[in-house]
Design a protein. Structure first.
Lengths: 199, 198
């Protein structure tokens, strides 16, 4: 079952009246939407409000979502339109960046071209998160580190990882899960400590 | 170090399966069961959210740095006041799927037949009616101006028909010159009306 299939299942549950399924979609995509909106709205205090509005608009429009595109692509467009409308309503200039440029920026790994949009605070936070991830990975036992890197960075399937590490698939899934738990332990204090600041 | 060494079990789902779900490594039935549990259990949802955060952080520190604690709760609260959305059912049962369009086609054919059949009949009747009048005139012309052997008396109506037919003679002649005497079926009807042509 692919990532898109999982999203589709969640969407279908929402379409049948299950609001809890929409919470899962929000928790999955909130950070990517924040990142996208921060390139349009800039002001971090407003980004969260626009993001909330975008998610609510998406919820209202969900009965019309037929799954022709991926859920995230659809949500992405709603977020961009919400941000543009917000800027117009505030009498502010809508950035001349086209949608295609923004989509391109989304897949841009190091965000080099967009770095000038970052505030010193957001840059510091990004640095802290990166350091926490590296620290957590360094502290992992080698078998867990290899498993999580092969999965998240190299994108291998459990079967391929099992073959590569010469161990059963059950061991692979356990190692990946434990690695994630350990990284989460390292990350949470950093992200939680800044919760009252608004990123 | 690592605090979570053992696997917690929430309801029928062990947390490890959340990790597998994120990686798309569960079979559809098991995935559906885990999603079902996730939708019902807030604690399981929190764990799912943590694992998603780790995935984002490993792929991009910039994205993970955008994390806003409590955002999901705020959206959830805002959605509580929204009416529940329901999409219309897309799949219909097999019988209805074919029966309804079939019935619609049959009904439209019946409606078409109901309207079209009388219309198709009407022009035929009027053609007969149109054709009958020149035919009567022609017959009358033949009976009088054409010199009938029986020498029957001409009626005033027949005389008028003859007069009007004669008045049209130059027109018919000019028409024939122009068309080159093409043997068109419609023209024959008019030609028959001219006594000179006979």
């Amino acid at each position: 079952m692919t990532d898109r299939d999982i999203d589709q299942q969640l969407v279908e549950r929402v379409q049948r009246g299950d609001k809890g399924a929409f919470d899962l979609l929000v928790s999955k995509y909130q950070r990517k939407i924040f990142r996208l909106l921060s390139r349009l709205v800039r002001d971090s205090a407003e980004v969260e409000d626009v993001a909330q509005e975008a998610f609510i608009k998406a919820y209202r429009a969900l009965p019309n979502f037929r799954g022709e595109s991926a859920f995230y692509t659809w949500l992405y467009r709603i977020a961009i339109n919400t941000a543009k409308n917000y800027l117009v309503s505030q009498g502010r200039r809508v950035p001349t960046t086209t949608e295609a440029d923004i989509e391109e920026a989304e897949t841009f790994d190091d965000g080099e071209r967009l770095r000038d949009l970052n505030t010193p605070e957001s840059m510091l936070r990004t640095k802290q998160v990166g350091e926490a991830v590296n620290r957590a990975i360094d502290r992992l036992p080698e078998d867990l580190r290899t498993a999580i890197v092969l999965r998240e960075i190299e994108g291998l399937s459990y079967e391929e990882i099992a073959e590569s590490m010469n161990c059963p698939i059950g061991t692979v899934r356990s190692r990946i899960f434990r690695a994630r738990e350990a990284i989460a332990q390292e990350l949470k204090p950093i992200l939680d400590s800044a919760k009252d600041k608004r990123w | 170090m690592m605090a979570a060494r053992h696997i917690a079990v929430t309801g029928n789902v062990d947390i490890e399966q959340l990790s597998c779900l994120i990686d798309g490594e569960l079979d559809p039935d098991r995935a559906a069961a885990v999603i079902d549990a996730l939708c019902r259990d807030p604690d399981l949802r929190r764990r799912w959210s943590d694992l998603q955060l780790v995935g984002d952080a490993l792929r991009s520190s910039e994205v993970a740095a955008c994390h806003a604690e409590g955002f999901c709760a705020r959206v959830s609260q805002a959605l509580a006041s929204e009416p529940t959305v329901l999409a219309p059912r897309r799949r219909r049962s097999g019988v209805r799927r074919y029966l309804v369009p079939g019935a619609a086609i049959a009904a439209s054919m019946a409606a078409l037949a109901f309207v079209a059949v009388p219309l198709l009949r009407e022009p035929a009747t009027s053609v007969v009616a149109q054709r009958s009048e020149p035919a009567v005139a022609a017959e009358t012309v033949a009976a009088t101006g054409g010199g009938t052997p029986s020498g029957q008396a001409t009626t005033p109506r027949a005389a008028a028909a003859i007069a009007s037919a004669r008045a049209l003679d130059p027109y018919f002649a000019a028409h024939r010159e122009l068309t080159g005497g093409t043997p068109l079926p419609r023209a024959t009807a008019y030609l028959r009306m001219s006594p000179e042509e006979r």
